[in-house]
Design a protein around this ligand. Structure first.
Ligand SMILES: [Zn+2]
Length: 386
């Protein structure tokens, strides 16, 4: 059985934009609260999408309505409950250690789909401290401390041991991690710290002047370390590195790439200069440059240099299927409007621009060539209305 099964009866139902909510005579579903998400499961074979407690009534969200008075069999999904209990109990342990050994208070807590997080009241916490914290948590896990849940009248509660004082009256649910934590809590927990398996911090982020620790526990921690290992293996195989050498190697690669980019830029500038010098041998009013294999940055560089000499520059880049028009601002042609009108007449490409520069993209090189030819023809013939 994957679920924890119980039989009961529908006692109320209501509907809103999320679906149909039903209340049961008796329920074992945990309603979202205290940072812990709702349980999953089924009621009369219908999936339970959410569980919320409103004014003491626990409502279960289903896709279809169930009539009041219907006898139903319900199943709480044990794997989800267990996972939530593990993440939540891990929070008790983290919070207790952080407070008792580091003097740092936990301000908030939440369980997400992939990980859980706590916001802690400190502006500085580093990875060396995280590693020590993980070791401290591991010790508590190995000690396999029992966790007791007791319903106590407030008069029976040891107020001096309570992690947070309570002003509640009547019966209080006390959760005690033996020798570590004594807390009023309505969440779900595992029976002993050994069941947490492994608690692993995945991220450390500054938020609102505090620090948010993101962590995973139990099977989530196993999945997380497996995924990190897969990523790292790919890096190691590609760069022939080990855990010890990878950081230095990645920095080296990055620096080499920055150097190469500088070299490429310098080469592009030389190529652009040479090409433009050749173009300027011709005394044309319009100069067209077709870049069939070069990158977009080189085409742009060449076009900018031609435009700077006072000509109208037309550049076609086949790789990006892009047309670039430019002049130095001394011409009367509003190049953006001119390009847009030409494209509209041809019924291809999308683009436009300002008075002195414009660009357009095309769905094929054929369209680009067609548009380039028409643009050049109109510019040379002076068919330009502005
Ligand atoms: Zn709890």
């Amino acid at each position: 059985m994957t679920g924890w099964e119980f039989k009961t009866m529908v006692t109320a139902q209501r509907q809103d934009e999320r679906g149909h909510w039903i209340a049961l005579q008796e329920t074992h579903f945990y309603a979202e609260g205290g940072g812990q998400p709702a349980d999953a499961g089924t009621i009369a074979d219908e999936a339970v999408h959410d569980v919320q407690q409103v004014d003491g009534v626990v409502w279960h969200l289903l896709e279809r309505p169930l009539e009041v008075g219907t006898a139903v069999t319900a199943q709480v999904d044990v794997a989800t409950r267990r996972d939530h209990s593990i993440q939540h109990t891990a929070q008790h342990v983290l919070t207790a250690i952080l407070e008792d050994r580091y003097g740092i208070e936990t301000l908030s807590f939440g369980i997400g789909t992939d990980d859980a997080s706590i916001e802690i009241g400190t502006h500085a916490f580093d990875w060396a401290q995280i590693e020590q914290l993980e070791q401290d948590v591991a010790t508590v896990i190995y000690e396999n401390r029992p966790i007791h849940i007791r319903q106590l009248d407030v008069s029976e509660v040891d107020q001096t041991k309570l992690r947070k004082p309570t002003d509640r009256t009547g019966v209080i649910r006390i959760v005690e991690v033996e020798g570590l934590d004594y807390n009023a809590c309505g969440g779900t927990h595992v029976a002993s710290t050994g069941q947490l398996g492994f608690v692993h911090v995945t991220a450390l982020k500054k938020v609102r002047g505090n620090v948010r620790l993101t962590y995973v526990a139990g099977r989530r921690a196993i999945r997380e370390t497996q995924s990190a290992r897969t990523a790292l293996r790919t890096v190691h195989q590609t760069l022939s590195t080990t855990n010890e050498t990878v950081a230095a190697r990645v920095l080296e690669e990055r620096n080499a790439r920055i150097e190469r980019e500088k070299e490429v830029k310098a080469l592009e500038a030389r190529v652009a200069k040479a090409k433009v010098a050749a173009f300027l041998q011709e005394d044309n009013y319009v100069i067209t440059h077709i870049g069939k294999t070069e990158g977009e940055t080189l085409t742009t560089m060449i076009i900018e240099r031609i435009a700077a000499t006072g000509r109208i520059a037309v550049g076609a880049n086949h790789t990006a299927q892009k047309l670039i028009l430019m002049h130095d601002g001394t011409h009367d042609i509003a190049i953006g409007k001119f390009l847009k009108r030409t494209l509209d007449d041809l019924g291809i490409g999308r683009g436009g621009g300002s008075h002195k520069q414009a660009q357009a993209r095309f769905e094929s090189v054929l369209d680009l060539e067609k548009a380039t030819a028409e643009v050049v023809k109109r510019l040379q013939e002076g068919v330009v209305s502005c």
